[in-house]
Design a protein around this ligand. Structure first.
Ligand code: AMP
Length: 605
């Protein structure tokens, strides 16, 4: 057997909104593996009339002619349980993503032999826990052993870092792709790569630029012929395709002419033709607000990292949309330096994913490169908060690991019981930045029991969060007084959802004949856990007298707001409270108090 036959790669996959790429490490260097002879696989899935599933260029080619049998930009929906239509059947975003990954897997298998393959898959830095889990799940459904989910800018910087090991630099990674924008500050020092700060926008990219052009053209078409292309899905798909072609041409030329012989048909069956010109300056005007948003996020990220543009030694461009000259000009203006493109903008993320895969597999042990990353969100637990009235309100949020903390990291905080004689505490874990947990995403919960029975506030527990580079969060809690403790690991929704769901998805994406009826759609198991209401058992139910006290106090506070706030809202809340009190129903009065309290909080914000 030669070396090639023995070679079993750990693959790096850039699962992009528009295109996906796969790379491996060969002879100590990352390289992109062509799929169907092209490094870029359009992230498009098409079900042909004979039931065959097409992925990539063939699917993209069918997008214009048969949009109802084709799905594109699925990455925008990953993490949700929205079902998408494909040839009359409905699929979860995980399943569609898995179809793309299966296509990649088949090609990798054809090159390197069948069997499971370890993979590192990239996601935008801004993806939340659920989007990461669903991406991982899609990889597993496709038959990959997903070793790690890493941030795209980290991956890009890794690709960059490998060839500049001796440098000591602060690098900005500006990644503007088809569907998402990510911006990160990365520090490279003596071979250690650390993402210092990172922000992003989940729905901003080349697709939006195309849409701005389409909007302009739809208006022009109505003016020219009275035909409303917005109501015709095929016409829209055609225009979108032409808009992307025109946009790309404008990265080279100052203006383009567009001639579409048949955009659609009028009601009386006449073809609608469309001819127009688009200048680069007009295109730049259309997208200027979107580009300005990327620059605002860029400035914020520098602030988060505590640096100024002068501290930045290089700006690395990633993503197809950074080919737009205006993007480069804006960066030049902001940083007073020419952005660097020495790592291929389309390939940097996949190459970096392969580097990560290589570090993982040992293929790059000699490289001397170590990676750290940052937590993309704060993570913490639900707590009861003292209210202005002296009581406690559940549903507050106490972050334990702050957003942008360098990971891996371990943080511990102390918490206290809120009820006399309380011997157990439910630890509800959330991620997000909102002050109250209802604005954040719930990740899971664990209960610690066996606490010493003491008056409220006198028994403490320590809660420790350990967040790893894999995105795994280990939660542990301990009561120092009794030694009672619990642990929980939050890494993969699959381990907590049924194995059946995985099997079902595998079957659904592998069979050529999709059996699922629209009516069966409800049967698809939701992959995400439902967000559960906050567990209020921690707290004693207040007595009726206490509630009445609260009602009186709140009514006074509300009345004091009449002058500065909307007095109609105040009147309604006061009336609501009075009626609830008259009803003598505890639940009703509590709900009315909550409403009034929330309103007051809003006014104070
Ligand atoms: P990515 O998600 O990185 O694959 O980027 C894909 C996006 O880049 C799509 O919206 C493409 O239309 C866009 N793109 C690719 N090449 C160019 C170009 N030369 N000029 C402008 N946009 C481009």
């Amino acid at each position: 057997m030669d070396d090639e036959a023995l070679f079993r790669p750990v693959v790096g996959i850039d699962l992009g909104t528009t295109n996906s790429l796969v790379a491996v490490i060969r002879q100590g260097r990352p390289e992109v593996v062509p799929i169907d002879g092209d490094p870029l696989v359009p992230s498009v899935v098409h079900r042909a009339v004979d039931g065959t599933l097409l992925v990539g260029h063939d699917a993209k080619a069918a997008l214009v002619a048969m949009p109802e049998r084709t799905v594109a930009s699925i990455k925008r929906l990953i993490g949700t349980d929205k079902l998408v239509q494909l040839a009359g059947d409905r699929y979860t975003p995980v399943e569609i993503s898995a179809m793309i990954l299966s296509h990649i897997k088949r090609e990798v298998d054809a090159l390197y032999g069948e069997g499971p393959k370890e993979a590192v898959i990239t996601v935008p830095a801004y993806f939340n826990e659920q989007q990461r889990r669903h991406t991982q799940e899609a990889g597993r459904v496709a038959g990959f052993v997903v070793e790690r989910i890493i941030n795209e800018p980290t991956a890009a910087a890794l690709a960059f870092g490998l060839s500049h090991l001796q440098a000591e630099e602060k690098i900005v990674v500006y990644d503007l792709g088809g569907g998402t924008f990510d911006i990160s500050v990365v520090q490279l020092e003596a071979g250690i790569l650390e993402v210092v700060a990172s922000n992003g926008h989940r729905a901003l990219g080349g697709d939006d630029f195309d849409q701005r052009i389409v909007d302009r053209w739809c208006d022009e078409i109505i003016e020219q012929s009275g035909f409303d292309a917005r109501t015709d899905i095929r016409a829209l798909a055609r225009l979108k395709h032409e808009a992307e072609v025109a946009k790309m041409a404008l990265s080279e030329a100052e203006n383009v002419s567009v001639d579409i012989p048949v955009v659609g048909m009028t009601q009386d069956g006449r073809p609608v033709t469309f001819s127009t010109e688009l200048q680069r300056s007009q295109f730049e005007e259309l997208i200027e607000p979107l580009l300005a948003e990327t620059m605002t996020l860029t400035r914020r990220t520098l602030e988060d990292a505590g640096i100024t543009p002068q501290d930045v030694s290089a700006v690395l461009l990633v993503g197809g949309s950074t080919r737009i000259p205006r993007v480069r000009a804006l960066i030049q203006e902001e940083f007073h330096q020419t952005p660097r493109t020495d790592v291929h903008p389309d390939q940097a993320v996949a190459l970096g994913a392969a580097v990560q895969a290589g570090l993982k597999s040992g293929a790059l042990n000699e490289s001397g490169l170590i990676v750290t990353d940052v937590a993309p969100f704060s993570m913490g637990i639900a707590v009861a908060r003292p209210t202005a009235l002296g009581g406690l309100k559940p549903g507050g949020y106490a972050p334990i690991i702050a957003k942008n903390t360098t990971i891996p990291t371990t943080r511990t905080q102390e918490f206290y019981t809120v009820v006399d004689g309380q011997t157990s505490i439910d630890i509800e874990v959330y991620q997000g930045e909102a002050e109250w947990v209802k604005g954040n995403q719930r990740l899971g919960s664990v209960t610690i029991s066996g606490l010493a029975s003491k008056p409220a506030g006198q028994e403490s527990i320590t809660v420790t969060f350990r967040y790893t580079l894999n995105g795994t969060l280990d939660v542990s809690a301990r009561a120092p007084s009794t030694g009672a403790n619990v642990q929980m690991r939050l890494n993969d929704a699959l381990d907590r959802s049924s194995a059946d769901a995985l099997e079902k998805s595998r079957e659904r994406i592998s069979t050529n004949e999709m059996q699922l009826d629209l009516d069966d759609a409800e049967d698809i198991e939701p992959i995400a856990e439902d967000i559960e209401p906050i567990d209020e058992e921690l707290l004693d139910r207040p007595s009726w007298d206490q509630l009445v006290d609260d009602q009186e106090q709140l009514t006074r506070r509300l009345s004091g707001r009449r002058k500065t706030s909307n007095s109609k809202a105040v009147d309604d809340l006061v009336k609501d409270l009075a009626q609830a009190r008259q009803s003598r129903e505890t639940d009703r009065l509590e709900a009315a108090l909550d409403r009034a309290y929330d309103w007051l909080l809003e006014q104070e914000e």
